[in-house]
Design a protein around this ligand. Sequence first.
Ligand SMILES: [Zn+2]
Length: 350
Amino acid sequence: MKSMPQRFALKHALFACLFWLAPSPTLAYDGPIVDAHKHWAEGMNVDDVRLRAKNNNVTRFVIFPRHFGRDGITEEVADRLAREHGDIFWVLIGLQKSELIGIAVRGSSLWDWHHPPSEWKSFLAWARDELLSGRRHGLGELTAKHYAYTQGLGAERDLPLDSVIFNDLLRLSAETKRPFVLHAEAEKHVMAALEKQLTEVPGAILIWAHACGRTAPGEARRLLRRFPNLHCDLANMTDTGQYGSLWPRAGSWTYQFEKAGQIIPEWKAVVLEFPGRFVLGMDNNEQKGWVNGGWNRRLNRFRSLLDQLPASVASALAHENAVRLFGPTFTPDSTPLPFQTDTNGTQAGH
Ligand SMILES: [Zn+2]
């Protein structure tokens, strides 16, 4: 029979052994993060966003103004966000406009992407001015090929990338050296049009959202090698529901970036080959995702995914790439590229 001190020593050794064998708690990247994919509509509260950012070491947001819908914001509101909150927001030229993306509203007409109207020309001139002045930091998000997840009119979208309007947007990005964020599921016709357009306007800084249209990592690698100004944002690509978990639907062209908290090895290899070409984003629905904890879930998952990368790659993805791409340090070219929509209001080509 063992004495009390012997029993205690045995128990202690057993505990020590179990502790040793137990997996160490998951470490997570705890440095700064830029949320480079945040939509903005009426009802979002700046103070609330600031508080969450402070509590979670999120240093910046890239804001995509949404103009359509009952809670869409006006250009004046977007302008005020840019002017009054430039310390924490980089506000883009919002491309979620009814007349642009085909969401019909009473009193507005839809723009023909192959033969845009004169209003398009005025919009381009205004956008160029905003970008060159540094008041706005890019263009987007343009939801061009979008899978519906509501019954809403225009929720399912397949806008032509092989068009004058898309080409004009690429040229605007190339001229101003400001990023252009695109949402387009990587279906075959999307890939074909995009490759053709990027070949024509290689200077465009295109950020292809959702791990480059949720394409196969091998395809992403091929395009990243071919187009040095192409980038992928990983917005909403955590396997915590929604896009990163193959929602609302998937085809044979749709891939995940991570599964159950582990970066897919093929994607990890692409990230390691191109550490300067990825940014992060939470992409929460303006209201619901913000209040139901979705934003924090994705943020925390990103922190543990970043921990699977070398420290220098983790900080590139977490904040450095976004600062370089969206930050105010660009000097635009002095030679403007002519738009396909020329200055006489007639359209060239296509
Ligand atoms: Zn998107």
